[in-house]
Design a protein around this ligand. Structure first.
Ligand SMILES: NC(=O)c1ccc[n+]([C@@H]2O[C@H](COP(=O)([O-])OP(=O)(O)OC[C@H]3O[C@@H](n4cnc5c(N)ncnc54)[C@H](O)[C@@H]3O)[C@@H](O)[C@H]2O)c1
Length: 358
């Protein structure tokens, strides 16, 4: 069993919790839809949610199996949930709730980080997954410190730079405390980032220079509503843009404003469906123009949960092996802004395979 704690019981968490139950109900031989059916000795049914933190008055105090279906969550029900016997505990709000999200998230301001640490220790949690809203810089750092304090591994699904901290402070702390950390910012199963990277890698492989490119994303859940304010998006834009520029040889594409990537609008009727519009224009043989325009439509939350079930198991494998600090080989394959970026996703997958087979 892998004991998992979740911070932020929103739509991604709902799909993760239900997804674990879904694969458990299907039995160990059912592996459809999984990126990696087994990681070490672990299958998806080995995951067990033991603790959960949120700030919403509709979720705190409820059993996880009920809390994941409370508004404003809209994740479709994929399985009948049994009571888990795990009560959602209030975490500290800090900068988790933007002013324009107060009426949506309805925060109760009673939680403390000491309470989070206590709950992590009480439940013997092994891996804490951070699923706070984009822009939760202070709150993410608080949960990362709670992880360090409680001796729990940290999976950072959001674009705040912890595993890839440019100052190196968090990687150092996780190494010193002998705790693994994976991140930052989940790269969906077939999401906009991996699709965009695949196209730009193809251009590079075939000698076609990328002159300009954009990736515009729209969706209709609270994640997209939260991202309506540009101030909360600074790290998100860096994370998504770097994931694509790292596949290119052109050092000036960003400084010359020839790339634009990010969440673009909130379209309520889309719900958890995310649509990404990807455009790549380049120059090929003897100056011949090449243009790709595509749209990708996905269930944004299934996209995230598919990756989370792999990362949590990989982190547990790292714990078993006594590994500590940022897990570079895991993060490069599964996150947009890892501590070390692979030049393309085939290479990233090769790193991950080497990690599993170590
Ligand atoms: N494909 C994907 O879905 C994907 C990919 C990459 C990153 N992410 C990121 O994952 C995160 C979670 O996405 P989501 O769709 O579940 O978001 P969501 O808006 O559905 O859920 C966020 C939850 O966090 C809670 N919260 C707010 N402040 C908190 C605090 N201080 N402590 C504890 N809980 C707090 C809210 O009440 C809410 O339940 C977002 O940052 C999102 O951008 C998602």
């Amino acid at each position: 069993m892998i004991k998992v704690a979740i911070a932020g019981l929103g739509n991604c968490a709902s799909m993760l919790v239900q997804g674990i139950e879904f694969y458990r109900s299907k039995g160990p031989d059912y592996t459809e839809g999984l990126i990696t059916p087994r990681i070490g000795k672990y299958s998806v049914s080995d995951l067990e949610i033991v603790a959960a933190f949120d700030v919403s008055e509709r979720k705190v105090g409820k059993d996880v199996s009920e809390a994941i279906f409370q508004e404003p969550n809209i994740t479709r029900k994929i399985v009948e949930m049994r009571r888990k016997g795990v009560t959602v505990v209030a975490g500290p709000v800090l900068d988790g709730v933007a002013p324009h999200m107060v009426d949506t998230f309805r925060p109760v301001r009673v939680g403390t980080i000491e309470g989070v640490i206590r709950e992590l220790k009480r439940t013997d949690a092994e891996v804490l997954v951070n699923l706070l809203p984009v822009g939760s810089e202070e709150a993410t750092r608080a949960y990362a410190k709670a992880s360090l304090e409680a001796g729990v591994a940290f999976v950072n699904a959001i674009p705040v730079f912890i595993a890839s901290d440019p100052k190196g402070e968090y990687p150092k702390m996780f190494k010193e405390k002998k705790i693994p950390v994976a991140g930052d910012d989940i790269k969906g199963q077939i999401g906009a980032t991996i699709t965009h990277r695949t196209v730009t890698s193809l251009f590079r492989m075939r000698g076609v220079n990328v002159d300009e490119t954009y990736q515009l994303n729209v969706g209709g859940n609270t994640d997209f509503l939260n991202m309506k304010t540009e101030e909360r998006l600074v790290s998100k834009r860096i994370s998504k843009t770097k994931a694509v520029t790292s596949t290119l040889e052109d050092p000036n594409i960003e400084s010359e404003g020839r790339i634009r990537i990010g969440p673009s609008d909130f379209v309520p009727f889309l719900g958890n469906t995310k649509v990404a519009y990807i455009y790549v224009k380049g120059t090929g043989f003897a100056g011949a123009p090449v243009k790709v325009e595509m749209s990708l439509e996905v269930d944004d939350k299934a996209n995230a949960a598919a990756v989370l079930v792999d990362v949590i198991r990989a982190v547990r494998l790292a714990i078993d092996r006594g590994m500590a600090g940022p897990l570079e080989q895991v993060s490069a394959f599964y996150f947009k802004h890892p501590p070390k970026q692979a030049p393309n996703d085939e290479e990233a997958q090769a790193w991950f395979r080497r990690f599993i087979e170590m």
